[in-house]
Ligand binder design. Structure first.
Ligand code: NAD
Length: 360
């Protein structure tokens, strides 16, 4: 896998949005390991302990700190750079925050995506574009069957709906401006990556399970667990990131064939209840306790949602490398190292990435 990705990305210009965020920082580090030349576009990292700062992100890329809603800035940043690839990860990604700021969530996630695609329209060169949405774009029927790429889109909470809106925006731009039937004229290939919840070191978001666990365990506090019986598909952050990179590599080889949406999720047996995940994390850390508070008036959160990953396995040659236990191990090991030696986290993160890429 490692060599294949080096061949695709070494020396290539990559425009990466959301490079200061959790997934974006992992992708930035991975792309630089592969030898790519990266320009990032996002808001400033939120705190000192942000993964972006730990990996010294400013030294790894040309970093533009700006808002997706600033269309002029976004379009000119893309146009000036003339990227070979665009990975669009920047978003307001939190369900709970989307209940507090619904209109802003729609502006950032849906209109922000349209602004990015305006940047693509301004480009006079071939470019492969991978837009990152989520498993939550599917209309959630709360059924036991995994969702396929051609299932109906929807979204109950504003975050999910904003990402489903982003998909409609993408679809419209694909058909109207970058129609695959005219590929040889515009030479823009657009694909979508839909991944489920991911875990991994360096995520400090509020209201996400693993960051909550890490903060509690690192500070000798009890873990508070909401929704203990909710079943979620868990996967390590490097799994979908390698999926997005493979998708980009395939677009490079055959843009017309692969310019489509792809699901990236764990195997079915790695969809586990939240409670089982917490118990596993405590076991790996070696100590810790949790409590389940009685909460009332909680905003609606979708229940069961599994992704069918057959298409990515069959067409991209991608497959999950780490089962749930291994994914939690990778993640908890990262946080343990962080609490022991913050200064060493750049090297530690690099070691996890190269180890992962060589698994394949
Ligand atoms: N983490 C997950 O479990 C998960 C699951 C499914 C999908 N996703 C998707 O993956 C992507 C990355 O998520 P993450 O977990 O790294 O989130 P994150 O909050 O860690 O990072 C978000 C990034 O977007 C940037 N951003 C936010 N608002 C912006 C704005 N108005 N203008 C410019 N940049 C802005 C931030 O600065 C940051 O770089 C998102 O599109 C998210 O919806 C994440």
């Amino acid at each position: 896998m490692y060599n294949k990705l080096v061949s695709a990305y070494k020396g290539k210009k990559i425009f990466l949005t959301g490079h200061t965020g959790f997934k974006g920082s992992w992708l930035l580090k991975t792309l630089t390991i592969l030898g790519a030349d990266v320009k990032g576009y996002a808001l400033a990292p939120e705190n000192e302990e942000n993964l972006y700062n730990l990996i010294q992100g400013d030294k790894l890329c040309e970093s533009v700190i700006a808002d997706l809603r600033d269309k002029e800035k976004l379009v000119s940043s893309i146009k000036e750079f003339e990227p070979d690839f665009i990975f669009h990860l920047a978003a307001q990604p939190l369900v709970r925050l989307s209940y507090e700021f619904p209109a802003e969530t729609f502006e950032i996630n849906a209109i922000g995506t349209a602004n990015l695609l305006e940047g693509v329209r301004a480009l006079n060169k071939p470019c492969n574009i991978i837009l990152i949405t989520t498993d939550k774009v599917y209309h959630n029927n709360e059924w036991v069957y995994p969702y396929r790429e051609n299932d109906r889109l929807g979204g109950y909470d504003p975050y999910s709906a904003s990402k489903a809106c982003a998909e409609l925006v993408i679809n419209s731009y694909q058909k109207s401006f970058f129609n695959i039937n005219n590929y040889h004229e515009h030479q823009k290939a657009i694909a979508v990556g839909r991944a489920g919840n991911v875990i991994g070191g360096g995520d400090w978001s509020k209201d996400r399970l693993i960051p909550d666990i890490a903060r509690a365990l690192g500070n000798n506090k009890k873990i508070t667990v909401r929704n203990p019986v909710s079943v979620r598909p868990w996967q390590h952050v490097l799994e979908p990131l390698v999926g997005y990179l493979l998708l980009g590599e395939k677009l490079l080889a055959d843009a017309i064939k692969y310019a489509e949406p792809y699901n990236f999720g764990p195997y079915g047996e790695d969809a586990l209840p939240v409670k089982a995940m917490v118990e596993l994390a405590i076991e790996i850390w070696g100590k810790g306790e949790y409590e389940v508070p009685q909460l009332s008036n909680q905003p609606h959160e979708a229940g069961l949602l599994k992704l069918d990953i057959s298409k990515a396995i069959d067409q991209l040659g991608w497959k999950p490398q780490l089962n749930a236990k291994k994914a939690v191990e990778y993640t908890i090991d990262w946080y343990k190292s962080f609490f022991e030696d913050k200064a060493g986290m750049d090297k530690y993160t690099e070691k996890q990435i190269t180890g992962f890429l060589n698994l394949n």
